[in-house]
Every structure is written in structure tokens, then in C-alpha cells.
Design a protein around this ligand. Structure first.
Ligand code: ARG
Length: 563
């Protein structure tokens, strides 16, 4: 039952306003004594030429009490609606139990293809904590879109092309340690890459050699191509370990190299549209009319670059997926780049450029100096991931040494702690990471919410079978009503997360549910209550478990059965 819709329908009969607009205006009052839904009359005041107060009073009088709302009250320009608690609890708990993991889903996105590009790591380069944040955010975003009925396509736009591969090949010929390459590919490739730069300072001819290798790669020279492919395979093998830990998957790994043969067409189109301009031998597109610097398309030696590949990628994506939205989850530092790409696509006459969105995010900073920063100031994602699991294992060994599936639980809880830490705030905010904060399982944290779920499941296990027909009207306390209201608002939080591209909204909401459940648990008996009450509370416990599990799942946090 969509209560907001039902309330809106009641209002709609008496005012001159579209139903959708009424729904949009309905608010959840900040305090429970102000009712469960409120309709502000301020917008109506202009058209009706009456004070909001007057409108609210007249409207409240017209509303007839029924099973949906038992009371409507006018207060300061608002009409406050009080739902029929008994009915509300019954309908909502039933709905959760019926829908299960589909609860909170919608068909808003039916028939619409949405591309979510995220992670987009670089072959032979570190998968650093910034990429980790990005991967978590993008994956969560994809999940909330999917839950809202969109057909999503997850793309990992790999950084696997460009002049740096010429350097790597040259460095490989000179300094590679094959054994280290097999064992720890990224570290070894990064080591020789850094070495290349040091050596090239002393001997500039190395740069020429690297350029020549990249040209060979572009021409498809078999030996050089095989080496590049090996770098890519080894890198993906290592990245795959992190994706497995996070339970993240992709539908496509079409990265920069995929577009290496699709750029001529782009350059051709730009030329035909007379958008290419000369600038010291390089080719650029002027973007002055948008008040941003020009975008480079071809370097003076005729080589294409990152931006050229992004233009080709956007066009390819439109042709292949006919997207409704093409979302780029990429750090905020690249916002100018995407502004340039989208503006250029617009100049090329692609009306769909307005459907391309850059979703930026903050940086990851470290408060503790102790965090292992191997090689310069890059913090490797795998170090953070492994450490989180390791530290969680220690906590489990200490608190619950006889736990079954310790390894699996440690992964779920360790990753849950990290995901929560990275995703609990507005995505634009920098993440200031400390282990103390990430592994504090008591306050607002992934493990706290996971633990609430586990507690509920263990009550259900202890209870054994619950009868098929349970009378939910035995759920009569205020705590129970408030908790069910939070379950009812879950759908709105998913919707808000989609609209704002902010998965944290869902995290916050499940945290509220967990807190409400713990509060209830601490003040009312469940297993020791009288049979009718007990059974109703067990059903409620089941419903809470479903919503917590679903909500955590949307941000990538898995729920263990024990912990
Ligand atoms: N590989 C790049 C990096 O690590 C991010 C790629 C972003 N995506 C894109 N379509 N340009 O910084």
C-alpha cells in the first residue's frame, strides 16, 4: 500500500492541483505528535488567494476519517494526517513479508537503459584507495538504479591504452623480474614504471624508444601486443581479487584500448563539422562559449589521447545501448574533463549529450600516518581490504572463537565496515579514514547494522515455527508503530538515493531501522511475550530483517547469519 499516494488522493479531490504535484509536496513531519504525513498549503495560497492557514483549516474539515487516516488536523498552514495505526502496521508488515527482497523496488525505470561506469582502474598501475571508494560508490549506485526498475549496464572503462604502455614495454625489456611479475604483478609493473621515469631523466632517448614501442602497439605488432595483453591479464587477475572480496561484477570491461580503432571516425566527424582548430600543431576544439578551456583531440604528433577515446566511447555507448542515462562515476578532480567531453558532444549535434552525467566524489585521506604507504603516497586498495579482514578476524577470534565459517563472516563484516565508512556520507565529502573509526563496531557502522540483523535471525531460530496466520493487530506499542513507519519509508529512501545519486541515503535509513529495532528489543519482550503478541513480534522481526538485508545489499554490504 502506497500511503503517500492514498493521502494525496484524498487531498486531490478538494484542491486544484495535479496528483503528482500533491505527492511531491507531501512531507514526513519532523515530530510524531504532528502526525505521519503533512501537506503544506503555501503553494495553493497564491492560486486560491487565501492564506495557507485558512486553506489548511478548510481542507482538514473536508477530509473524512477512514482506514487509511483516522484524523486530519490543520496546524500553521499544514494539514497533518494521522494514519490508522492498526491498519498501517498490518498492511505494511504484510507487504514486506510478501515482497521479500523486492520490497522497496519500483518500476520507475522500466524499459530504460542506464549505463553506470565505475571503478575504471588502470592496467599496470595501482588500484588505490581512491579507486576503492569509486568502486564501492558506483556499485551501490548501480544497485539502487536496478532496484528502481532500470536496466543497468555496469562498465569498467579500463585505462589500458596510451603512451605509458610504450614506456612499460621498454621498461619490461630492461628491468623486469619475471618471478616478481607473476607473484605481485602490479607492484612489479609499477616498480619498473617508476624506474623508467628515473632513468629517462638521465637518458632522454628512452622516451623515443617508448614512443616507438607504443607506435608498434598501435600498429598491432604481434610481440608487443602479446606483452601488452600479458600486462592486462595479470593486472585483471590482481584487480579481480578485490572485486571478489567486494562481490562486485561488471557487464563490460570495454576500456580505452577498445576505442583505439574507433577514433578516426570521431576525428572525421569533428573535421566535417568544422570544429577542429589548429593550436601549435595540435588539434583542439574551442569551448570558449561554455567558458571552459579547449579540449585537445590530437597531439602535435597526431596521437590521440584520453579525451578522444572518451568521445568515441560515448558515441559507441549510445549506439550500442541507446541509453536513457550514461553515468560516469569518476573522482571530482575530473569534472572539467567531463564538462569538456559533454560540451563537445553537444557541439557535434548529439542531443543526447544532456543524458550524460558525471558523478564525482571526494578524496580518501588518512588521519593515521601508520597506514602502510608503500611506494610514494599511494595507498593500495588491497592493503586496506586485507587489513580490514585481518583485523576483523582478530576481533572474532577474541569475542567468538567457536564461530562457524569464520573466514566468510570476517570477509562480510570487514567489508561491511569498509563499505559503511566510505559510503555513509555525502559522496562529495572527502573520506578521512582511520582504522579506529572504520572498525568501531558500536556506533553507526556496518557491523552494528549487520549485528542487528543477526540478532533478529537468532531470535527467529530460537522461536522455531511461527503459525501461518498471525494476527498483526497485537503490534500495539508506539515503538512498533515507529519502526513499521521506517519500513514504510524505505521505498522513498531508495527513490531519493536514485534522484540524488547518493547511496548514503539508504545507509542512513537502514541504520535508523536498526536503531529502532534495538530500542524495541531493549524495552519489550519477544520470546517471553504472551503467544499472540510473541507471534506478531516475530513476524515483525522477520520483516525488519528483510528490509535491513535488502537495504544493506543495495550498498553492497552482505549479511552474515552469525557473527
Ligand atoms: N582510468 C581513469 C583513472 O583512474 C578514470 C577513467 C574515468 N572514465 C572515463 N570514461 N574517462 O583516473
Amino acid at each position: 500500500m502506497d500511503y503517500k499516494l492514498e493521502i494525496a488522493k484524498k487531498i486531490n479531490g478538494f484542491v486544484d492541483m495535479e496528483l503528482d504535484k500533491v505527492i511531491e509536496l507531501i512531507e514526513i513531519p519532523p515530530q510524531t505528535n504532528m502526525g505521519d504525513y503533512a501537506f503544506p498549503c503555501f503553494q495553493l495560497a497564491k492560486v486560491m488567494r487565501k492564506s495557507p492557514n485558512m486553506i489548511a483549516i478548510e481542507l482538514a474539515e473536508k477530509i473524512i476519517a477512514d482506514d487509511i487516516a483516522e484524523k486530519a488536523e490543520a496546524v500553521g498552514g499544514y494539514v497533518n494526517f494521522f494514519v490508522n495505526k492498526k491498519e498501517y502496521i498490518k498492511l505494511m508488515v504484510q507487504e514486506v513479508l510478501e515482497k521479500g527482497e523486492r520490497f522497496g523496488s519500483s518500476e520507475d525505470g522500466k524499459g530504460k537503459n542506464v549505463i553506470v561506469e565505475f571503478s575504471s582502474v588502470n592496467v599496470a598501475k595501482p588500484f588505490h584507495v581512491g579507486h576503492l571508494f569509486n568502486t564501492m560508490l558506483g556499485s551501490a549506485l548501480e544497485k539502487v538504479y536496478k532496484h528502481s526498475g532500470y536496466n543497468t549496464i555496469r562498465i569498467n572503462h579500463l585505462g589500458d591504452w596510451g603512451t605509458q604502455f610504450g614506456k612499460l614495454i621498454s621498461a619490461h625489456k630492461r628491468w623486469i623480474n619475471e618471478e616478481a611479475l607473476e607473484r605481485e604483478p602490479i607492484s612489479e609493473l609499477f616498480r619498473i614504471y617508476v624506474k623508467f621515469h628515473e632513468e629517462a631523466e638521465k637518458d632522454p632517448t628512452l622516451e623515443d624508444e617508448a614512443r616507438a614501442y607504443f607506435r608498434k602497439l598501435e600498429e598491432g605488432d604481434p610481440e608487443v601486443t602479446a606483452l601488452w595483453q600479458r600486462f592486462k591479464d595479470l593486472s585483471l587477475r590482481e584487480f579481480g581479487e578485490i572485486y571478489r572480496m567486494l562481490n562486485v561484477e561488471f557487464d563490460s570491461y570495454a576500456g580505452e584500448s577498445f576505442y583505439s580503432d574507433k577514433m578516426d571516425e570521431v576525428v572525421q566527424m569533428l573535421r566535417e563539422k568544422k570544429l577542429l582548430k589548429d593550436s601549435n600543431g595540435a588539434k583542439i576544439v574551442d569551448l570558449e562559449q561554455f567558458n571552459i578551456p579547449p579540449i585537445m583531440i590530437l597531439k602535435s604528433d597526431g596521437a590521440t589521447i584520453y579525451a578522444t577515446r572518451d568521445l568515441a566511447a560515448a558515441i559507441y555507448r549510445k549506439r550500442t545501448y541507446d541509453f536513457y542515462k550514461n553515468i560516469y562515476v569518476v573522482g571530482g578532480t575530473q569534472s572539467l574533463h567531463f564538462n569538456q567531453i559533454f560540451s563537445t558532444l553537444g557541439l557535434m549535434g548529439f542531443e543526447w549529450s544532456k543524458d550524460c552525467v558525471h558523478i564525482g566524489h571526494g578524496l580518501v585521506k588518512f588521519a593515521d600516518k601508520k597506514l602502510s604507504t608503500r611506494k610514494g603516497d599511494v595507498v593500495f586498495a588491497k592493503d586496506v581490504v586485507n587489513e580490514a579482514i585481518h583485523k576483523t578476524t582478530e576481533v572474532i577470534e577474541h569475542k567468538n572463537p567457536n564461530l562457524e565459517n569464520k573466514e566468510e563472516v570476517a570477509r562480510k563484516v570487514g567489508m561491511g565496515a569498509l563499505l559503511y565508512t566510505f559510503l555513509k556520507n555525502n559522496r562529495d565529502k572527502d573520506v578521512v579514514f582511520t582504522w579506529e573509526d572504520a572498525l568501531n563496531f558500536d556506533g553507526d557502522s556496518g557491523p552494528y547494522v549487520q549485528y542487528t540483523y543477526v540478532r533478529g535471525q537468532s531470535i527467529l531460530k530460537k522461536a522455531g515455527n511461527i503459525p501461518d496466520t498471525v494476527d498483526l493487530s497485537y503490534l500495539t506499542t508506539e515503538e512498533e508503530f515507529q519502526m513499521v513507519k521506517l519500513l514504510g519509508a524505505f521505498k522513498d529512501s531508495v527513490k531519493e538515493a536514485v534522484e540524488r545519486y547518493e547511496p548514503f541515503v539508504v545507509i542512513r535509513h537502514v541504520t535508523e531501522i536498526a536503531k529502532a529495532y534495538n530500542k524495541f528489543y531493549n524495552s519489550h519482550p519477544i520470546l517471553n511475550a504472551e503467544d499472540n503478541v510473541k507471534n506478531a513480534r516475530l513476524q515483525l522481526t522477520k520483516a525488519v530483517g528483510i528490509v535491513i538485508q535488502t537495504g544493506l545489499g543495495l550498498v553492497g554490504i552482505e549479511t552474515p547469519e552469525n557473527m
